[in-house]
Design a protein around this ligand. Structure first.
Ligand code: F0G
Length: 458
């Protein structure tokens, strides 16, 4: 039977239907950079799954109960109650978004010159480590390098490399280990419970704090129940609870698995770390019972955190991602295997072999999806990760030329995804007609947000 969405639509938002001419004009005006498009020029927006989910009637009802008291609001205690039961951490603070939670917790833990280790640091996580003059080092597991294999947990950390680093000459410089679940920088692949347990044990032996970046904790938990031996009969809630209980602390953007436009939290066991965090939180985000969020936002999150762990919701979301991945593959566009949940990663390098890395095949596919179908997404390839010289020519390419189709929660239906697959199929019929791109203007940091590009016929 079809696995259907376990909800029906009650409030709708029209999406713009545009012509090819409209889109050509818009993309040219935007300097061929999707970040410069206006949302009303986009038909299907797969740029991010962050803050883009649809809220439920129960979340809106909860938000209407929001208590906006400056200190000790009822909303905070409801938010705190849900997270305390879920995570078991004695110290839990709200923050306005994930990167603020990172800045606060990392600021309380790191000294300049230290190293942090991760399965893969998300880009803001890395930036917050580097801003503290520390080095962020990724230790993805070897299976992650094969984009096509069906290995179930390609988001894992390389346990041998972790152990070697912690017991080697640089071991005493490691400030913390942070496990990103699911591994967004690593093609959205999940991390197994066995890997989290083993990494936590290695950290404990070395006396190094073990943290989670738990932005997609519920989706990771679902994939554990589906893929890891021994978890088929364990609920996603129980898996998530066990994962949090293996960590010394965590940060999580709740714009993903909190299913709300804004919010995050940081949490920890150590009371001294907590009091340092509380100081930075109060100075830069807000008092400990609101941390930069309104009371009604805390209530919306508390309800979202319950809904996100419902098996019927997770099953249907995973099925939608798998369905789109299958249609893309049938259309001749390879997707990093096995498909995760929050996003699909398209192998643009393989689809567009006539475009060399220096003409940015991932960016070319992202632009083509917009021109053909008004679909917005972003590349994860040499434009984002490569190194460029002073003339903006590529010096070191990224390991892969990918495009991420991020899937907002509860927003698009199966027919929207079928439209995306048809657009991909149209491109895959004549890939050689897709032009490459050249960078004409950019900024020294956060290049992908700010660059202007122009097409180059191949
Ligand atoms: N950690 C992970 C794993 C993330 O994916 C993100 C955001 C953050 C931290 C930062 O959280 O946006 O609330 O400050 N990821 C978004 C994305 C932006 O599109 O993948 P934030």
């Amino acid at each position: 039977m079809t696995i259907m969405e376990p909800y029906r639509i009650k409030v709708v938002e029209p999406i713009p239907l545009t012509t090819r001419e409209d889109r050509e004009r818009s993309l040219s005006r935007a300097g061929y950079n999707a970040f410069n498009l206006r949302a009303d020029e986009v038909t299907i927006d797969l740029m991010s799954d962050s803050g883009t989910g649809a809220v439920s009637t129960a979340q809106e009802a909860a938000a209407s109960m929001g208590d906006e008291s400056y200190a000790g609001a009822r909303s905070f205690y409801r938010f705190h109650g849900v997270l305390s039961e879920l995570t078991g951490f004695p110290h839990i603070f709200p923050a306005h978004q994930g990167r603020a939670a990172e800045r606060i917790l990392f600021g309380a833990l790191l000294e300049p010159g230290q190293i942090t280790l991760s399965n893969t640091h998300f880009d803001t996580t890395r930036a917050n480590v580097e801003l503290l003059r520390c080095e962020a080092r990724d230790l993805p597991c070897p299976e992650a390098a094969d984009l096509d294999s069906q290995a179930p947990f390609k988001g894992n950390i390389d346990l041998r490399a972790l152990e070697q680093t912690l017991t080697g000459p640089e071991g005493d410089r490691v400030g913390f280990v942070i496990m990103t679940i699911t591994n967004n920088g690593g093609a959205g692949q999940p991390v197994s419970m066995a890997n989290i347990e083993a990494a936590a044990a290695i950290c404990r032996r070395s006396g190094v704090p073990f943290l989670l970046d738990a932005a997609r904790f519920a989706e990771n938990a679902w994939l554990v129940t589906q893929r890891e031996p021994g978890y088929a009969d364990v609920s996603p809630t129980e898996v998530a609870k066990r994962a949090f209980r293996l960590a010394d602390g965590c940060v999580a953007s709740l714009k993903k698995d909190g299913i709300a436009p804004m919010g995050a939290f940081l949490a920890m066991h150590d009371p001294e770390v907590a009091s340092r965090c509380e100081l930075i939180l109060t100075a830069t985000e807000g008092f400990r019972t609101y941390g930069g969020l309104a009371g009604h936002e805390l209530d919306r999150l508390a309800q979202g955190l319950r809904e996100v762990l419902e098996p019927d919701y997770l099953r249907s979301r995973a099925a939608a991602a798998a369905h789109l991945a299958r249609l893309a593959n049938e259309a001749g566009v390879d997707v990093v295997q096995p498909p995760g949940i929050h996003a699909l990663y398209l192998n643009a390098g393989r689809l567009l072999p006539h475009i060399p890395p220096g003409r940015f095949p991932g960016h070319a596919l992202a632009c083509q999806l917009y021109l053909e179908g008004g679909i917005r997404c972003v590349e994860l390839g040499s434009l984002y990760l490569g190194t460029l010289d002073d003339d903006y020519e590529l010096v070191t390419p990224a390991p892969y030329e990918l495009v991420r189709l991020a899937l907002p929660r509860r927003v698009y239906t199966q027919s929207h995804y079928e439209y995306v697959a048809e657009t991909l199929a149209a491109i895959a019929k004549r890939p050689e007609s897709v032009p490459g791109y050249r960078m004409v203007e950019t900024t020294p940091i956060l290049r992908h947000f700010n660059s202007r590009m122009e097409p180059v016929p191949m």
